[in-house]
Design a protein around this ligand. Sequence first.
Ligand code: F6P
Length: 524
Amino acid sequence: MSLPKINPTKTEAWKALEKHFQETKMLQMQDVFSKDPGRADRFKIEWQDFYLDYSKNKITDETLSLLINLAEEVKLKEAINQQFSGKKINETENREVLHTALRDFENTKPEVKATLQKMERFSEEIINGSHKGFTGKVITDVVNIGIGGSHLGPEMVAEALQFYRNHLKIHFIANIDGDSVAETLKKLNPETTLFIVVSKSFTTQETIANASVVKKWFLKNASEADIEKHFVAVSANVEVAKEFGISEENIFPMKDWVGGRFSLWSSVGLSICCSIGFNNFEELLKGAFEMDKHFKNEDFNKNIPVVLALLSVWYNNFFNAESEAIVAYSQYLHKLVPYLQQAVMESNGKSVDRNGNKIDYQTGTIVWGNVGSNSQHAYFQLLHQGTKLIPTDFIGFSEPLHGNSYNHNILMANFFAQTQALWEGTHAEKVENPFKFFEGNKPTNSILIKKLTPKNLGSLIAIYEHKLFVQGIIWNIFSYDQWGVELGKTVAKGTLTAMEKNNPSLVKNPSTRKLLAQFLKKSQ
Ligand code: F6P
């Protein structure tokens, strides 16, 4: 059974939405709350520690019901069931998509259990100091060497859960930029550092090159036999990891049904385990599992990922909004946006539909943002008074982790005030000066969470994973492949060969050829 392949623009619901859009697009909704006192109660979803308020959106009850009709017409429910039951919905790579199986505590796959046990044993030995380095010292630093999905998730979670961290220092080497590698190595002692080489394919140029540089650095002070105490790998390509010099017992396997950008729940999360301990890692998985059940079982109108996805489709395809911002009012979440950029844009940046046809409607949104309140002093001007429509998700927590309620109240007052100011503007006031006029009518979603715990973070990440899946289903694209990153990799290989041969003429494009000639002149 394969995913439904329905062109959304040909559905009855889409046609009805187009008509509805023409009727409602000019609505100025800034004072809708005074006309409709029940609105804030109707357009909200309360679930466990989460409270989603989506009442400050350019929608009416009819909009929501038409969007739900669209989800039904494109057979979203069937697609969700196919994903969870392990059908090969990543058709262009002929793979199942089962990151949800990594956190399924009711039907745990034996191989998932075995890997989790191995992660638990190993991370405990690193944390409690029973695993010693080659000179008998305990491990003090852990370095994750990996890029893309093998970096962004672990780093985002390790940063987000900093409050729960132990004594180990965690570092990330991702960029092939040698300066960045050197800066990290400067901080490390080979005797007390553990390197985790993370690459699902174990062929990613940046990761393998960086791991080789690090290994060379390590071997300046140690012998080949010492490698096993300091290098472990996470990969689906065990043979190549072994060829790199990592012993089989030091390889944490991953399955090809785990996509890179959805892999933090797998052995890719080993650096997270070392950093916050296995129990907290398990809590993270449990939070995602809870959200999986909500997503799978809840009606669409009370389903957080579904509602967020439908709102995003509404703005993307009817209002022609090109981007959406995400602003987390928590410094701990400062890596959330880069993480989501890969998850969302690598998944839904597609222009061919599931039938193989060129698409004539908009797909993947551009995701950007940063943390609040910093963002208010950077790009919020454009949100308030710019010409572009940028729907924005605000994420915040009711309780601070350090108990500093003075700062926390100021932080969250800004969160609430910004969503209100964006929505209401100054339209109801008499503002003589046009430069000081705020139009309002700017949509936001507010995701208010009780507290930043490993469990709640797991649920939050899973919300966005499922949201992007719903969007991909509606847009009739394959969200789980990433062919678009391959061409650049191939061209880079050819360019590197031309560099190594000191021969720019091997490059066809005249602009690139001249750039290369200039580079080679300067670098000699
Ligand atoms: O270049 C894109 C990509 O394939 C991502 O999808 C993936 O997360 C990343 O590269 C790293 O891949 P790997 O884990 O195989 O090194």
